[in-house]
Design a binder for this molecule. Structure first.
Ligand code: NAD
Ligand code: ZN
Ligand code: ZN
Length: 339
């Protein structure tokens, strides 16, 4: 049984997994698949180093089965198929008391502040578990976490059937936002600069363009009778995206910022005044988003087999990071954590 230990300095070392007996209120999971996320790539590049205890086990987009349950853990049994909502809130801060524990002031993100899922046996609080239906394969179930991000973003956007949504950035999260918005009956236009990702989005039935080749403002106006988009999602994390996001919405249109910007971007506040725009941030997910995500994944409504472009064994995690770094011909890379 193995684990991938991040040693800092863009290096992973494979070593024996150190199983932790589940204590009261905890469960131990036999991890099957774990996705590599943009956040993991940021950690690999040295970001958020102050939050890691090296050697660190990353990973928070996973599926598996329960191996053992701790004392006082009701409702869960060995063999249950599960995924984890990787949030450990304090329960006592003002955000938690207001019912927003997903953005707890003292939030511990499991996989960053706590050891993650890139190991065969992983112990987590039972309150993080979501049950997987029989019909959902464990490979596809590793996509539940990023789908839940998209469900949260689309829910907060209040996108209604028939509304026009522009999505800037067509990585795994942007493309999932486009797909989830479509399931809600929204019309969607996706802007993405990576040609492989533009092609893939088109093959999945999303209207997608490269904003370096197409006049995005003109196209959105054409699609909306000159009005502009009802809602714009910024999912690229780029300065160009931050500039574009205020140029696309209609009067009183909404902008949802999903991307995590490494540097504070320059944003045109004049447009907020001019068109009475509304800006919302969206961070991770709540339990309801995980349940919606599981329903969508299990219902076969999302082309998950097309979004999972690569599956690597645990000992090739380093290669997975390099592949993500290069961009190019990949969407979601999964790591197979079985022995
Ligand atoms: N809000 C949250 O809780 C949350 C959760 C997960 C991820 N994120 C963030 O969301 C963002 C997207 O995540 P991802 O995993 O899809 O990352 P990603 O890096 O794979 O996707 C970003 C995409 O934007 C594209 N892009 C870059 N510049 C562009 C431009 N000017 N116009 C259009 N597209 C452009 C890139 O080619 C890439 O495909 C990241 O910033 C990530 O950190 C936020
Ligand atoms: Zn992630
Ligand atoms: Zn809290």
């Amino acid at each position: 049984m193995r684990a991938a230990f991040f040693a800092g300095n863009q290096q992973f070392q494979l070593g024996p997994c150190v199983p932790i007996e589940p204590g009261p209120g905890q469960v131990q999971i036999r991890v099957e698949y774990c996705g590599i996320c943009g956040t993991d790539l940021h950690l690999f590049h040295g970001a958020m180093a102050h939050r890691l205890t090296l050697p660190h086990v990353m990973g928070h987009e996973m599926s598996g089965t329960i191996a053992a349950v701790g004392a006082g853990t009701h409702g869960w049994q060995p063999g249950d198929r599960v995924t984890v909502r990787p949030l450990d809130p304090c329960g006592a801060c003002p955000a938690c008391r207001m019912g927003h524990s997903h953005i707890c002031h003292n939030l511990k993100f499991i996989g960053i502040d706590r050891p993650g899922a890139l190991q065969r046996l992983w112990t987590v609080p039972a309150q993080t578990l979501h049950r997987l239906p029989e019909g959902l394969g464990l490979r596809e179930a590793a996509m539940v976490e990023p789908i839940a991000v998209a469900c949260h973003d689309v829910r907060l956007s209040e996108a209604a059937p028939g509304e026009f949504a522009a999505v800037i950035g067509g990585g795994p999260i942007g493309i999932l936002i486009a797909l989830v918005a479509q399931t809600r009956g929204a019309r969607v236009l996706l802007a993405e600069v990576n040609e492989f990702r533009v092609r893939l989005a088109r093959e999945l039935g999303i209207e997608a363009v490269n904003p370096r080749e197409t006049d995005l403002v003109a196209l959105v106006n054409e699609r909306t009778g000159g009005a502009g988009a009802d809602v714009v999602f910024e999912v690229s994390g780029s300065q160009a995206g931050a500039e574009m996001m205020t140029r696309l919405p209609r009067t009183r249109g909404r902008i949802v910022v999903v991307a995590i910007f490494g540097e504070p971007p320059k944003v045109d506040l004049f447009r907020f005044f001019w068109r009475e725009l509304k800006l919302a941030g969206a961070r991770v997910y709540e339990a309801v988003d995980f349940e919606q995500s599981i329903g969508l994944a299990a219902g076969g409504n999302l082309p998950l087999d097309r979004l999972i472009t690569t599956v690597l064994p645990l000992d090739r995690i380093q290669e997975g990071m390099r592949q993500m770094e290069r961009g190019g011909d990949c969407m979601k890379i999964l790591v197979d954590c079985t022995d």
